[in-house]
Every structure is written in structure tokens, then in C-alpha cells.
Ligand binder design. Structure first.
Ligand code: ADP
Length: 265
């Protein structure tokens, strides 16, 4: 105790012109981080001033996907200057831990880290801030709702029934926190066969629609499906190489799908 008072979160102030989107999912591995990074890169390419908070504290992967893997924030007076890549400013807990050290924190520490990411990082005048949340309905989702009550939610799911059920649960936390759900993004929606024109529905179909309908019922407000992203090797490669597919191959099936969604936000 006796430390400095916490700085206010600028994005939560009345009159803030920054739209804050939380990218949420029910479980890991559905492409939440890939979607976050590509949405951000697509927006930046359109001249939108955008930042990303990697709030997936235990599974932080945003810096690698954006190509800022080795970048470290710098300190100027008492503010943290975030590195940027592909026109996107980004901050991640991975930038503050040595090597690939695991983060072993409990709720209050996570809340404090998020508070600092939002208030002590010098973001400048952002049009959009995207937060890559950890999967599921955890402490961080509640912290975000407290720190930035006006943050809106994007739900990422695969077309699979089981994935859709958990995604709906993650989204319905918005009912308790009174946050708006902007829409559902269906990822890994079919694999275009490289040998013929057929679509192989690796994870089934319909998950996005099911989540959107369920969340429309539970929130009482219309929740649309913003779009579907097919399985695309180029998206995975772009993530591994730090070159988002929306930039490296904007007209690929996944690149085009994500660019179209970015245009709707
Ligand atoms: P999450 O953030 O939900 O855990 P990631 O974005 O880390 O998921 O994605 C998990 C893995 O799946 C990554 O290796 C990523 O490159 C890959 N991936 C995600 N979406 C697609 C897609 N549409 N096509 C091909 N690979 C994908």
C-alpha cells in the first residue's frame, strides 16, 4: 500500500472516441488470436489507428503472429511505449517475462496487469483497441468489464456443435456485465479442397449461426454472424511467420473473409 494511485483507463472515460472490442472464445485453439491479429492488421492497412492488448495472459501468442516477437516496450517517463508492427501497436505480458517463462498469477495480479496495459501504456489517439481475451469465462473477462464497461464483444467459434456450446456460454457473460455483443465470427469453416472445388467441412457446419441465435435469445438484442473464415494454410503460415494473411495474401479465402469483417467493425 501507499503506492501511487492507479491512473484512469482513458478508454473508459465519457467521450472516449476509441472503440474497444474484446475478442472472446469458449475454448482455446479456435483461432481467436489469429482473428484478432488479422482484424487489427486489416484495419491498420485501411488507415485506422489500432492497438492490440494481448490479454490472453497464459497463452500469449499475439506478438509472434504480428511479427513483434523480439520487440520490447520502452519506458518514457512513467509511461510504457508499446512496440508496433504492421501498423498495429501491441502490448503483451510475454514482453515482460524472460524467455518463454510461464505466467503463474492469480486473479488480482491479472487485474493489475490489465489495468496497467490499459492505463499506463501510451496508446495515443486510437480509433480501435482490440483485446485478445483468454478462452472461457474467467477473471480477465470480468476485469475488462469493470475497467472498460463500454467494451463490446466479438465471439469466435468453430462450426462444431461442442465448440458452439462453450462459445455461447463465454458470450453470455455479456448479459451479466451488460456489454454489447457485436457479432459472432465463425472460423475454420470448411477446407477448400486443393484438388477439386469441393468444400470439406472438417468441423461440421452451423456453429456460428447457433451461437448467434443463442446469444440473440439470451441478450434480447440481435447478434449477427459477421462472417465465416475457411481453413487456409496461408493463415496458419502467416501466423507462424509474423506476416498476417490479410497483408501477405489479402485475396486468399481467409484473407478476403477477414478483410470483409474488419470493414463491418
Ligand atoms: P486461439 O487464439 O483460439 O487459441 P489461434 O489463433 O492460436 O487460436 O489458432 C490456433 C492454431 O490454428 C494456430 O496455429 C493458427 O495458425 C491455426 N488457425 C487458426 N485459424 C485458422 C484457419 N482459418 N486456417 C488454418 N489455420 C488456422
Amino acid at each position: 500500500r501507499g503506492g501511487k494511485p492507479e491512473r484512469e483507463v482513458p478508454f473508459a472515460q465519457p467521450g472516449s472516441l476509441t472503440r474497444v472490442y474484446c475478442v472472446a472464445s469458449g475454448k482455446g485453439g479456435v483461432g481467436k488470436s489469429s482473428v484478432t491479429v488479422n482484424l487489427a492488421a486489416a484495419m491498420a492497412a485501411d488507415g485506422i489507428k489500432v492497438g492490440v492488448v494481448d490479454a490472453d495472459i497464459y497463452g500469449h501468442s499475439v506478438p509472434r503472429m504480428l511479427g513483434t516477437d523480439d520487440a520490447r516496450p520502452t519506458q518514457v517517463e512513467d509511461m510504457i511505449m508499446p512496440p508496433s508492427a504492421n501498423g498495429v501497436k501491441v502490448i503483451s505480458i510475454g514482453m515482460f517475462t524472460p524467455g518463454n517463462a510461464p505466467v503463474v498469477w492469480r486473479g488480482p495480479m491479472l487485474h493489475r496487469a490489465l489495468q496497467q496495459f490499459l492505463a499506463d501504456v501510451f496508446w495515443g489517439d486510437l480509433d480501435v483497441l482490440l483485446l485478445d481475451l483468454p478462452p472461457g469465462t474467467g477473471d480477465i473477462a470480468i476485469s475488462v468489464a469493470q475497467l472498460v464497461p463500454n467494451a463490446e464483444i466479438l465471439v469466435v467459434t468453430t462450426p462444431q456443435q461442442a465448440a458452439a456450446e462453450v462459445a455461447e456460454r463465454a458470450g453470455s457473460i455479456a448479459v451479466q456485465t451488460h456489454q454489447k455483443i457485436v457479432g459472432v465470427i465463425e472460423n475454420m469453416a470448411g477446407l477448400p479442397c486443393p484438388h477439386c472445388d469441393e468444400m470439406v467441412d472438417v468441423f461440421g457446419t452451423g456453429g456460428g449461426e447457433r451461437v448467434a441465435e443463442g446469444l440473440t435469445r439470451s441478450t434480447g438484442a440481435h447478434v449477427p454472424v459477421l462472417g465465416s473464415i475457411p481453413i487456409d494454410v496461408r493463415l496458419r503460415e502467416g501466423g507462424d511467420d509474423g506476416k498476417p494473411v490479410v497483408l501477405s495474401d489479402p485475396d486468399s479465402p481467409a484473407g478476403a473473409a477477414i478483410r470483409s469483417m474488419a470493414g463491418k467493425l
